[in-house]
Design a protein around this ligand. Structure first.
Ligand code: AMP
Length: 280
């Protein structure tokens, strides 16, 4: 695997790769890689001949009370994992300048009203930060394909909407959520949790799953959501939101919606916020 630490190195590596025919797939990450991230690479390798992963803890998507400073940075391990999985190129920028050139003159991409809902309500500006960096990576790398995880349901929809207008030829792939044996969705933030807290975290997935079954059984949606919040609170999981949304992120308030939809939940365990969803 080639590792590029600067834009110049990246340019040279991309030029070299462009001599090989076939599509290039991008997997953007913030590092601290687990099987969830690596599953994106596996999917990318089936769809494209060449793969590039990026590891960049994007400051623009962290608010001032977020965990930017303490976000786990495990470059040595990550490089080994990507190499073992057969990634062709890794862009691991040395600093912010290697991504944004001038931090004072960034082309900001706005996430609109949908970016202010759900996670955006709790983390103002978060999705503008996500779209801004993803747009920048698309600009620099010019991939044919990009893979994002269904774990970040709202993020995937916002990126899809942005790409539809700015990168109409780019193919986006949504990768399924990878879970631990106990059902907890893999996440770098799980590292902040103790064993007993991880055990409590299993109740988020249990609750999402139970709610999806209840909806299919036509139990009143209001009752499902009230019960879900009560259930989560009973485990001290204090939910920020628990909602049913369609695949364009419109809120569903009624029973009997037969299109693709997902229950989305965000909970807090002490100071760690976890998100998960179940699509059905
Ligand atoms: P992150 O490093 O958290 O920014 O995640 C990078 C990419 O990996 C995003 O597209 C995430 O949605 C995806 N991802 C993170 N966790 C999982 C998981 N458990 N299963 C599938 N994809 C995931």
């Amino acid at each position: 695997m080639i590792i590029s630490r600067t834009r110049k190195e990246l340019e040279i590596a991309l030029n070299k790769l462009s001599e090989i025919p076939g599509k290039l797939a991008l997997i953007p990450t913030m590092g601290n890689l687990h099987q969830g991230h690596l599953s994106l690479l596996t999917i990318a390798k089936k769809k494209a001949y060449k793969t590039i992963s990026t590891i960049f803890v994007n400051p623009l998507q962290f608010g001032k009370n977020d965990d930017f400073e303490k976000y786990p940075r495990t470059h040595e391990d990550d490089i080994k994992k990507l190499n073992d999985e057969g990634c062709d190129l890794l862009f691991l920028p040395l600093n912010n300048k290697e991504v944004f050139s001038s931090i004072d003159n960034i082309k900001t991409i706005k996430s609109g009203t949908l970016g202010l809902e759900l996670c955006g309500k709790i983390r103002p500006g978060h999705f503008d930060g996500v779209l801004t960096v993803v747009n920048r990576l698309f600009e620099i790398i010019k991939p044919d394909i990009a893979v994002f995880g269904a774990k970040d349901y709202q993020q995937e929809i916002l990126i899809r909407q942005m790409a539809k207008s700015l990168y109409p030829n780019l193919e986006l792939i949504k990768a399924p959520i990878i879970r631990a044996d106990n059902g907890v969705a893999l996440s770098s933030r799980n590292n902040y949790l103790s064993e007993p807290e991880l055990e409590i975290a299993t109740n988020l997935y249990k609750c999402l799953y139970k709610s999806s079954i209840s909806y299919k059984e036509n139990i009143d949606l209001k009752v499902i959501i009230d019960e879900a919040k009560k259930y989560l609170n009973s485990y001290n999981l204090s939910p920020d939101y628990f909602e049913l949304r369609d695949e364009n992120l419109n809120k569903i308030n009624v029973n009997g919606y037969d299109g693709k939809k997902a229950f989305l939940g965000s909970v807090n365990i002490n100071k760690t916020r976890l998100i998960d969803n179940i699509e059905f």
